[in-house]
Design a protein around this ligand. Structure first.
Ligand code: NDP
Ligand SMILES: CCCCCC/C=C/C(=O)O
Length: 503
């Protein structure tokens, strides 16, 4: 089976150097310059080099894109097309993504520093399976007939909501965009996508492939640009019917306000997390639990909304867990993202170093004990200007302290010791977030009992970050509303219509 390791680091570097970066916005099926020809530099966190000029859209460009999406929805063929035809076009798109998988993976390694093994093996795999899963769902039965008696016929149909503003982050940029764009397009919506600052050009490349596959003009438009300006314009636009956003809780709140003061568009939010990962003394395999705890927090440099960033450990096994984490940390020493052996790359931008360092400072101030790391790493040579941060672990973290409560979005783990399962659950739930949780126990009754008590959208038992397109993903509490993935995602992109016919 093919893997990213089929190419060497120097071969991936040559491929990355040869990337043809998109240099135009994609609106209404056309490559267009941003208003006034504005661009900003794309700086690679791998080495601090400027690699491309990003077309930098304005409010006027959002207006153009929304007008195109509106036309494509109100007058175009996409929502009216037979679902089997939409499916055929989307599956052709999937083939093109597969054919361009190496280039797209290298784009991610350059744009946001994802290790090429993860970009190729995890992210592009997720992107391909998401687009194909929703393409296949497009022509499956979505409607219902209600039994209302002999003298009437009641149809419950799902209709596309209309124009969807998709606003996505940079940590799993193509996957999180696919989780929204794929179901929206499958049911016949049209989309204006505002990708995150660090990852604008891979998003445009995906839309170019959609166009090549036959997705009609105006159905998928991509406009990078200043997030607060474009986000506000999309969020308040009267012709946008729905917003699907993944990002921070603060910005999610802004989208709710925009909807309230404009057209009450539907707002779907997948926000932050501070996920607890509880290891109890009866964990079926402590070594696997420790491996997974380390992988979970250092994977993607900790830049996961689901990162298991609060390790809640029973006192009896705390010492073994600490030792295990110390041993495993060296495997995550940051390295060149274009080397297929690298397990942890840089943070997604230079600015993120200061943000993560501030959380480390707070942990020190609040009395936590530093076990490992805690600082920026200079890889020297060509990578000296890269944004690398050491795998970091704090022990004896007060569950009310800032490190235990605030999302770091970096490779920083907080260990909290507890004395029993009730305390573990209480600490786990002591958070404004409720996105995900982990639980390690061999006792199946305890697993069910505790997972019911944990307030989170996903509880992983004896595993972490496992998933499948068939299961929904989203949060309780301030981690958001609605669900990505699975048939449940269709709730976000459809309206239910009742047609009641007297017979
Ligand atoms: N759930 C997830 O997967 C993710 C969660 N996050 C969380 O967000 C934190 C910060 O990361 P960051 O990348 O800054 O992510 P944010 O979600 O905070 O998004 C920042 C983007 O939103 C824009 N923005 C700022 N204010 C507004 C507003 N009022 N209306 C609309 N858009 C606005 C910013 O634009 P401008 O540059 O103009 O200010 C920027 O483009 C992370 O530390 C993490 O906690 C981040 C990424 C993914
Ligand atoms: C193996 C993990 C794939 C998950 C992709 C998306 C998750 C994003 C997040 O948690 O931020």
């Amino acid at each position: 089976m093919a893997t990213a390791a089929d190419r060497s680091a120097s071969e991936w570097t040559a491929l990355a150097d040869a990337i043809r970066w998109p240099d135009q916005l994609l609106i209404d099926g056309a490559d267009v310059a941003a208003e006034g020809g504005a661009t900003v530099d794309l700086v690679a966190p791998r080495d601090g080099r400027t690699v491309a000029a990003v077309p930098w859209g304005s409010e006027a460009d959002i207006d153009r894109a929304v007008a195109a999406a509106r036309r494509a929805f109100d007058q175009g063929p996409w929502p009216r097309m037979r679902p089997a035809e939409r499916k055929r076009i989307m599956l052709r798109w999937v083939e093109l993504i597969e054919a361009n998988r190496d280039e797209l993976a290298a784009m991610l390694s350059i744009e946001m520093g994802k290790p090429i093994a993860d970009a190729w093996g995890i992210e592009l795999r997720a992107v391909i399976s998401t687009y194909s899963w929703y393409a296949e769902l497009a022509d499956k039965e979505l409607h219902e007939v209600s039994d209302v008696g002999e003298d009437a016929l009641a149809l419950i149909t799902r209709e596309p909501v209309g124009v969807v503003g998709v606003v996505t982050p940079w940590n799993f940029p193509l996957t999180l965009a696919a989780w929204k764009i794929a179901p929206a397009l499958a049911v016949g919506c049209t989309v204006v996508h505002r990708p995150a600052d660090p990852t604008p050009l891979s998003a445009i490349r995906i839309a170019e492939l959609a166009r090549e596959a036959g997705v009609p003009d105006g159905v998928l438009n991509v406009v990078p640009g200043r997030g607060s300006v474009l986000g506000r314009r999309l969020g308040t636009h009267p012709d946008v019917d729905s917003i699907a956003f993944t990002g921070s809780t603060d910005v999610g709140r802004a989208y709710l306000e925009y909807a309230a003061r404009s057209n009450l568009k539907r707002v779907w939010l997948e926000l932050g997390g501070k996920s607890p990962n509880i290891i109890l003394p009866d964990a079926p395999d402590l070594e696997t639990a420790i491996d997974t705890a380390a992988w979970g927090i250092f994977f993607n440099s900790g830049q996961m909304c689901t990162a298991p960033s609060r390790l809640i450990v029973h006192r009896e096994i705390a010492e073994a867990v600490r030792d295990g984490l110390r041993q495993r940390a060296s495997a995550y020493a940051p390295g060149d993202p274009l080397d297929p052996a690298t397990r942890m790359g840089p943070l997604a931008s230079r600015g993120r170093i200061a943000e993560v360092a501030q959380h480390v400072r707070h942990a020190h101030e609040d009395g936590a004990t530093l076990l490992l790391g805690g600082d920026r790493v200079d890889l020297g040579g060509d990578l000296a200007a890269g944004s690398y941060f050491a795998p970091t672990v704090f022990d004896r973290v007060d569950p009310s302290s800032r490190l235990a409560q605030e999302e770091v979005f970096g490779p920083v783990l907080a260990i909290v010791e507890v004395g029993d399962e009730d305390e573990a659950v209480a600490v786990a739930n002591r958070s404004k977030y409720g996105l995900a949780a982990g639980l390690w126990t061999a006792d199946v009754s305890r697993a069910h009992r505790l997972s019911r008590r944990i307030r989170a959208g996903t509880v992983w038992v004896n595993c972490y970050e496992e998933g499948d397109l068939t299961v929904p993903f989203g949060g309780f509490k301030q981690s958001g509303n609605g669900r990505d993935k699975s048939r449940h995602a269709l709730e976000k992109y459809t309206e239910l219509k009742t047609t009641y016919i007297a017979l």
